[in-house]
Design a protein around this ligand. Structure first.
Ligand SMILES: [Fe+2]
Length: 383
């Protein structure tokens, strides 16, 4: 049997109202927190979080300069603020961008250079400030792994810092935050979580433990994402959607993602397209390209998506999954094309170059690895 390893040192707190326990955990980890979030999330939840920290005698400084596709310069600015104000704990409050920025700041505080110096191996680091993640969307799963994705200011390349030092010490997964999410912040991140689950299930780096997380996350997402999209007050379904998100985050921490994430990151970096939007556009073409390279796995997806695969071969069932996914996306208003986001034929060479160089490691995890020409074709089909 192939050797494998499972390590996930995060303390997860799940449940409605569990954020009330933030004070005790924060006080155990530091005396002054940098609260990393967006202006919008700060307006919605900042005072509540601030009150909890203050009641626990934890001082805090707010950093709200978090971009949708976080730039390396923003991470440096946050680390500078943490250094200048003596913060010894970083709290990420929000979706993936806020949590990833928090992870980057925790890593970069007290170090020279920019985050890409460490991503590319030009510099190395051996310490990071403790991190608390509070997820306010159910999508990226960043609260469950040691990855944080950033955009290089100069090249617009998007790439992840992957380092065990940036596992959150504690992650709060509180369904109370989800009740007031706008529809587009339900469907998009929800699809990202489902895609994390499926891509980690397909990945060449999967192992028996990651597979367990992937499968349960797929099942929970497919059953419950449409429910919360159409009825955001369905708290029972939300409990399952946010669990799926975290399980999928753990799964990608083990097995990574595949072609859609490899091709989606350059789109987000170059044209500032939301991560989940780039993925939903690429999914049908990716599925057509990959289905027959892993028919049993696509057949499992088909069954989870509700296809009647009785009497079908794995290959036939795999083909059924492609149409079923398109219908699933349409059912939550998430079926989109890259041209809607300004991507044109003229961008394809540059995007394909990014996908096959910066994202090569991710691309190689797919059951069938596309050539440069095939990558261009996948983009073209998704326009
Ligand atoms: Fe993702």
């Amino acid at each position: 049997m192939k050797e494998y390893m499972f390590y996930n040192p995060v303390r997860y707190l799940f449940g409605s109202g569990v954020i009330g326990k933030l004070g005790d955990h924060a006080a155990a980890l530091g005396k002054k927190a940098l609260l990393v979030t967006t202006p919008g999330t700060m307006a919605r939840f900042g005072s509540r979080i601030g009150d909890i920290l203050t009641a626990a005698d934890v001082e805090y400084q707010v950093f709200t300069d978090v971009q949708p596709n976080p730039l390396a310069s923003g991470v440096r600015a946050g680390a500078n603020l943490a250094e200048q104000t003596g913060c010894d704990l970083i709290v990420g409050l929000g979706g993936g961008s806020a949590m990833d920025t928090a992870k980057g700041i925790a890593f970069l505080t007290g170090k020279e250079g920019g985050v890409f110096d460490y991503i590319t191996g030009k510099r190395t680091g051996t310490t990071a400030l403790p991190i608390i993640c509070i997820t306010t969307t159910a999508g990226t799963g960043s609260e469950g792994n040691a990855t944080a994705v950033f955009t290089n200011d100069e090249t617009l390349d998007k790439k992840g810092l992957v380092n065990p030092l940036i596992y959150p010490k504690v992650s709060f997964i509180d369904s109370d935050f989800m009740a007031t999410l706008p529809k587009d912040l339900i469907a998009g991140p929800g699809c990202d979580a489902l895609f994390h689950a499926f891509e980690s299930y397909l990945s060449k780096d999967r192992h028996p433990i990651s597979e367990m997380y992937s499968l349960e996350a797929m099942r929970l997402s497919i059953e419950n994402l449409p429910k919360v999209y159409h009825n955001p007050a369905d708290t029972e379904a939300w409990d399952k959607v946010i669990l799926a998100n975290t399980l999928a985050g753990i799964a990608i921490g083990c097995a990574g993602t595949t072609v859609p994430h490899a091709l989606g990151q350059p789109v987000s970096g170059l044209l500032n397209v939301a991560h989940s939007d780039s993925l939903v556009c690429l999914y049908p073409a990716f599925m057509k390209f990959t289905a027959q390279a892993a028919p049993e796995r696509f057949a499992v997806l088909a069954r989870l998506l509700g296809c009647d695969t009785a009497g079908k071969t794995a290959g036939e069932a795999a083909e059924m999954s492609i149409g079923a996914m398109t219908e699933f996306l349409k059912g939550i208003d998430a079926y989109k094309k890259l041209s809607q986001f300004g991507v044109t034929e003229a961008h394809i060479d540059r995007l394909a170059e990014g996908a096959t160089t910066m994202m090569k490691v991710v691309l190689n995890k797919n059951p069938i690895v596309p050539t440069l020409e095939q990558v261009k074709e996948l983009y073209r089909e998704s326009l």
